[in-house]
Design a protein around this ligand. Structure first.
Ligand SMILES: [Zn+2]
Length: 89
């Protein structure tokens, strides 16, 4: 019915890169334990297209579905960001 829908399997093939892109796009902001998807609304049309915000939203929806793999990737990225911030000062 919907050929654009990404299957779970396809998604997980490129998961690390996609979650990483999403993490960067929202600047690592966490809201209620998930990446802050509202940050994607703050991009102008050109940036949104360059970042492929439509795709990132799908990635976010997947992380919001409770995927443990994504959760651990995001947690790892957050920790990395915190430790970088700590050493940068
Ligand atoms: Zn996942």
């Amino acid at each position: 019915m919907n050929a654009q829908l990404i299957t779970e399997e396809e998604f997980h093939d490129s998961e690390l890169g996609d979650v990483y892109d999403l993490f960067n796009a929202v600047n690592g902001q966490i809201l209620n334990g998930l990446l802050d998807v509202n940050k994607l609304d703050e991009y102008g049309p050109e940036d949104a297209e360059a970042l492929n915000v439509t795709r990132l939203r799908k990635v976010w929806e997947h992380t919001a579905s409770g995927c443990a793999e994504c959760e651990s990737i995001i947690r790892g990225l957050s920790r990395l960001r915190e430790s970088l911030a700590a050493t940068a000062g």
